[in-house]
Design a binder for this molecule. Structure first.
Ligand code: GLN
Length: 192
């Protein structure tokens, strides 16, 4: 069984841990570099990316996270976690940094300017899923190596992507009780 960490600086850590357990992984909380070293993959939860970024700096986690991603560790970011995995962001706080890894531009709070939160059905990697969006980002543009796994109205926006071992969704599958997105990620970790 793969051991998958949930970055536990801020955000809905417990919900992700529960879903990972249901998807066939052993879930552990990751707050320190030594804990990061011990996992096969990492989930970066939803929450608030500006807070997560500041705490990652405070806990000296930003460089270790960047290093492990560069080395090929599988990671899945939902919502704020998607922002953290983006190489470039729009509408970030001044100076806001990310871990990066996915060659994409992500716009923070993009749907939120129209409506703070909403639910929708969409195709994720060919399967119909219920998606919950909360002050969600969307993907403004992607590089050639990024696979688009899901889009959503309004605007047919990109809301799920994969680049090699990295997965990101604008929405929160950890809040629906539908374990398929987490199972997709656990399978990615198993394959590597
Ligand atoms: N708007 C938040 C951010 O910028 C993300 C919201 C979420 O994770 N639900 O981080």
């Amino acid at each position: 069984m793969p051991t998958i960490g949930v970055l536990a600086l801020q955000g809905d850590v417990r919900e992700h841990a529960r879903m990972l357990g249901e998807a066939g992984a052993t879930a552990v909380a990751v707050r320190r570099p030594a804990e990061l070293d011990a996992v096969d993959g990492l989930v970066i939860p939803g929450g608030e990316s500006t807070t997560m970024w500041k705490l990652a700096e405070t806990f000296d986690m930003l460089q270790p996270l960047r290093m492990r991603i560069k080395e090929g560790m599988p990671a899945y970011g939902s919502c704020a976690g998607m922002i953290m995995l983006a190489d470039r962001i729009e509408d970030g706080m001044t100076g806001q940094q990310t871990i990066g890894g996915i060659d994409m531009v992500v716009r923070r709070n993009a749907f939120g300017r129209q409506v703070d939160s909403f639910e929708s059905y969409l195709d994720f990697a060919g399967e119909r899923v219920r998606a919950i969006f909360i002050r969600a980002p969307w993907v403004e543009s992607v590089g050639a190596d990024v696979e688009v796994l899901g889009r959503c109205e309004p605007g047919d926006r990109i809301v799920a992507v994969r680049q090699g071992p990295l997965l990101a969704t604008s929405f929160h599958p950890e809040l629906t009780g539908d374990v398929r997105v987490h199972r997709y990620f656990v399978d990615m970790v198993r394959e590597l």
